[in-house]
Design a protein around this ligand. Structure first.
Ligand SMILES: NC(=O)c1ccc[n+]([C@@H]2O[C@H](COP(=O)([O-])OP(=O)(O)OC[C@H]3O[C@@H](n4cnc5c(N)ncnc54)[C@H](OP(=O)(O)O)[C@@H]3O)[C@@H](O)[C@H]2O)c1
Length: 488
């Protein structure tokens, strides 16, 4: 008859921190006191399904176990004993983590079934339940309290290396078209004071990356240079004087210096936020910069409220869709321009009531007819839409010029505003998240808005990091809907 052992506990640490340890099939050597020494056979990765860990217990027994399943989404893994000097037969175990409702603690469920030789049932059940599971709960808690990283144990294999490491990145050697984006290898030094080194899993693509690549802002991206302002991933190691971030933390970041088109990067800890378990890496990369932009546009600059007549250009774009759904939730009358019927359908589904389909930046008449003029225009188009924007605005309207997808905006004489007492803003997101507190506050509003349905997550188009040139070409050709994310 099969024996069954089930144990569970609550760990006082966020799920991502606990999972970062447990998903590493060889980590038990670092935290479980019964394990004397452990290694993964055949140089396989310790999170590779199928890998075998071979370990010795302090009592001299030897065990080989194979990882059968590993799900980062469900925070669950299954493994079995393939060979052991302990008489546990047909042993299969499952580890499952769930976030406790407050989000900062973790429910850990550990269970197994196995057969034993006759007469040894009780002894082996107690050994697994108490010696392995209950002791393991205690040992892991202590390990996490001691800092949660593997440094304390001196275990080199899983310990993030305090040395330079090789990384893949996409860089430009000269300014120009998408074809200038070329994959290459580079060395990433250990994090310096105040920095963390992040293993990136998803990188947000933004239109500013195109401006930088074209050489429109050379002081921001000197040559050779790596574009990209944001990404999500896992902290690999932290430099001196960093508090609140640990190896294994799932994080996202946004910063004013480009360099995110890579799989490994050191960034100032001030740019970095821990990610809630509910936000996947690619959603974070798709939403952080664009969602925070929507937040400051609607709350701070546009002061959008019930009844505000809001015109959103590129309404089916990365920023556009977020602005539409959030503004609609605030009660605004949302009008938007898009260049195709397909984009119109998506914009409507995200809350844009009046969609104007135009490829040649003619929209002012339609706006005046629909609502008598816009109180606020959110304009990422720039040059080609200049005069139409002036004509589409209502008296005392506010033109927020946040980008130049169609080309640079010609200088605007103050007198162009006087006829309707218009105002004009030229904001940049980085000034709205100049400190880690501001970044955290705005990001939290974005995650909350996502959770309560105030914003619909936009469609996300995923491209491999090596295909960054194709991603840029699609963005520039007006082919994309929603957000683009690069996956290393
Ligand atoms: N200042 C800030 O803080 C800030 C922050 C984030 C974004 N932005 C700006 O907001 C705008 C949207 O950014 P995003 O990253 O979300 O990009 P996006 O909206 O996903 O893509 C740009 C869109 O612009 C429209 N467009 C019109 N003429 C174009 C042209 N000649 N070439 C390319 N696109 C053209 C296209 O939509 P249609 O085909 O439907 O017209 C295109 O899909 C950009 O101008 C960006 O610079 C500014």
């Amino acid at each position: 008859m099969l024996q069954r052992v089930v144990r569970s506990t609550v760990i006082d640490a966020p799920i991502e921190r606990v999972w970062a340890v447990l998903r590493d099939f060889n980590s038990h050597e670092a935290w479980h006191e019964v394990v004397e020494a452990s290694r993964i056979e055949g140089n396989e990765r310790s999170d590779q399904v199928g890998c075998v860990r071979s370990f010795t217990l302090r009592d001299g027994n030897r065990i080989r176990e194979q990882l059968l399943t590993l799900s980062d989404v469900e925070h669950k893994s299954t493994y079995c004993i393939v060979e052991a000097t302990v008489p546990l037969q047909r042993y299969v175990a499952t580890v499952t983590l769930k976030p406790v409702t407050d989000g900062n603690r973790t429910f850990w469920h550990w269970e197994s079934t196995f057969a034993t030789p006759p007469g040894m049932e009780r002894e082996l059940r107690d050994m697994v339940a108490q010696g392995v599971y209950e002791a393991g709960f205690e040992n892991l808690c202590r390990h996490l309290q001691q800092g949660g990283d593997l440094r304390a144990t001196g275990r080199a294999a899983a310990m993030p290396q305090a040395v330079a490491m090789r990384a893949r990145r996409v860089a430009i050697e000269r300014y120009g078209g998408p074809e200038e984006l070329r994959p290459q290898e580079a060395e990433v030094p250990a994090p310096r004071e105040g920095e963390v080194r992040i293993r990136q899993r998803a990188i947000g693509v933004n239109f500013i990356d195109v401006y930088l690549r074209r050489g429109w802002m050379p002081s921001m991206l000197p040559l050779p240079g790596v574009p990209g302002m944001e990404a999500a991933g896992t902290v690999l190691d932290v430099g001196p004087q960093v508090s609140g971030l640990l190896p294994g933390d799932r994080v996202t970041y946004l910063g004013p210096q480009p360099g995110a088109y890579c799989d490994l990067r050191c960034v100032p800890a001030d740019w970095v936020l821990r990610l809630p378990a509910s936000v996947e890496d690619d959603v974070a990369a798709a939403l952080l910069l664009k969602g925070i932009t929507a937040d400051y546009l609607l709350r701070d600059l546009g002061r959008v409220q019930r009844g505000t007549r809001l015109l959103v250009h590129a309404a089916a774009g990365g920023v556009g869709l977020l602005v539409c759904s959030w503004a609609r939730r605030l009660g605004a009358v949302v009008l938007g321009t898009v260049s195709s019927e397909e984009k119109a359908r998506v914009a409507r589904a995200h809350g844009c009531e009046h969609v104007i389909v135009t490829r040649d930046y003619r929209f002012a008449d339609a706006v005046q007819r629909a609502c008598g003029g816009a109180d606020v225009v959110i304009d990422g188009l720039g040059g080609a839409a200049r005069d139409e924007n002036l004509a589409a605005l209502a008296r005392r309207g506010h033109w927020i010029s946040l980008g130049q997808a169609s080309g640079p905006l010609a200088p605007l004489p103050a007198d162009a505003l006087v006829a309707k007492s218009l105002s004009f803003s030229r904001p940049v997101v980085f000034d709205y998240v100049a400190t880690n507190e501001q970044l955290a506050e705005r990001a939290q509003r974005v995650w909350n808005a996502l959770a309560d349905g105030s914003i619909n997550a936009p469609p996300i188009e995923r491209c491999s990091l090596n295909a960054a040139a194709e991603a840029h070409a699609r963005l520039e050709s007006r082919a994309t809907i929603g957000a683009l994310v690069l996956v290393p």
